[in-house]
Design a protein around this ligand. Sequence first.
Ligand code: SF4
Length: 82
Amino acid sequence: MSQNYREIRIQSLEKPLDVDKEVLAQLRELKLSRKFIESMKRDAVDCPWVGSTISALKCMGCPYFVRRFKGTIHCGYGFKKV
Ligand code: SF4
């Protein structure tokens, strides 16, 4: 079976990246705990869609997000239509 996502390694930054209030509100709607959100604030990925390094928290609300797995984000960009 062929893989329909790419694996993107999660980097841990010294300083957290800014995350829009809308994204944080969206994550709270997903019932993610404040503690979990805080723990992810320094996580970042090189996003193929945006073309730059972004907070991994943004992935959780992205239509291409597949899952977070063992230090990577499984990203469906380029594999699935949204
Ligand atoms: S899931 Fe979305 S935000 Fe995350 S790396 Fe893929 S395209 Fe970018």
